[in-house]
Write a protein that binds this ligand. Sequence first.
Ligand code: URP
Ligand code: ZN
Ligand code: ZN
Length: 462
Amino acid sequence: MRTLIKGGTIATASDLFRADLLIEGEKVAAIGSDLSKLGPFDRTVDAANKYVIPGGIDPHTHLDMPFGGSQSADDFETGTRAAAFGGTTCVVDFAIQPPKGALRQGLDDWHKKAQGKACTDYAFHMIVRDVNKDSLAEMDTLVKSEGVSSFKLFTAYPGVFMVDDAAIFRAMQRTGENGGLICMHAENGPVIDVLIEQALAQGHTAPKYHALTRPPRLEAEASNRVIAFAEVAKVPVYIVHLSAQEALAEVREARDRGVHAYAETCSQYLFLSYDNYEEPGFDGAKYVMSPPLRAKGNEEALWRGLKQDDLALVSTDHCPFCMKEQKEIGKNDFSKIPNGAPGIEQRMGLLWDGGVRPKRIDINRYVQITSTAAAKIFGLYPRKGTLAPGSDADVVVFEPDKEVRWSAKTHHMRVDYNPYEGRVTRGAPSLVFSRGELIVENDTWKGKAGAGKFIKRGAITR
Ligand code: URP
Ligand code: ZN
Ligand code: ZN
């Protein structure tokens, strides 16, 4: 199959120029002026007045994940299809070590969830909940042979995922030897649990107390702590879902000293705020996620962080739970509301509308924070994350002024609410290609469940 995308503006993390782009089979074959002479083609696309960008990469999703007494509502089929409608063509999802089980078991479980279902390519990180001799040895195997080169550890969720400081430090040292990367959920779980206990004892059961019991200082403290461990272990560390300016200050201070600390933020921390918890009735539960949404003003600090590269990229932490029957579990007790929110479909549109249009970031930075940086940090580059001869033809033809009104009635995620209900964004994909196959044409799904492939990643470049 040969597709010519004609006359668009090619945007990568470094370049912006008008050219044609030729797709042959699964790969980008050529980029240049007037490639029509290389015809015939099976399909020709007129991309005049449109941008041609690398497909988005969302390096933080939780599809089909058991959590908080529930199961995240999107599986690999519905989640990756929704991602594709939004312009994301690769996700890195979190496989989970089962309680007292092996990493191998967790990896096999996640391969089963994804195979035959994923509509776009995907890769895995591994959540390690039990750091011991065996799991440390398994980490080596995952990096070397299984294409899983990043591991998430938690300083939060005691009794579920939290591991102690020594475990974090040992795992970090191991990645110094095996070429992996430790990703940290940084919040002080034990102190948060005391605050939760005290709030409930005072009869504070509403969703907003989820945020009020997880103050930003406790995110900053944990961020500072894990960065210190990484510094002593002489390894890089990647902080996931950074939400608070206090935590960003810790990352910035460390980076200024030359410490190899990366951090991501998520679209919800840029476009929503603590005020959403004050919505009437139980609606605040829609936004119960950890870390929580922060007070207005934080988003400006995060945008600055993105501009200055103290924040490397924007992911979604897509972890949807329906209001009905799922979030409702915590109707009378905020601490029982499953933590997580949807966002996989909106990320690219929100960041264009709120980032590029008001000139907070330029188009190259947009491509970097939605695609290239994730590919580089997580070992997918240059196969993914750019447009160059030989790279996978994960290509988005993007209309800079196309309007989308977000609503649970029309979105493609399998969840019964949309955190951005009623919001209109401008800038959206008109065509999405996954390894050369057209999978989205405006509002029409053209892809196939199961066509997405597992992408093995290599050791992380230091
Ligand atoms: O609330 C969240 N973030 N849910 C997903 C699990 C995690 O900690 O990333
Ligand atoms: Zn987390
Ligand atoms: Zn997460």
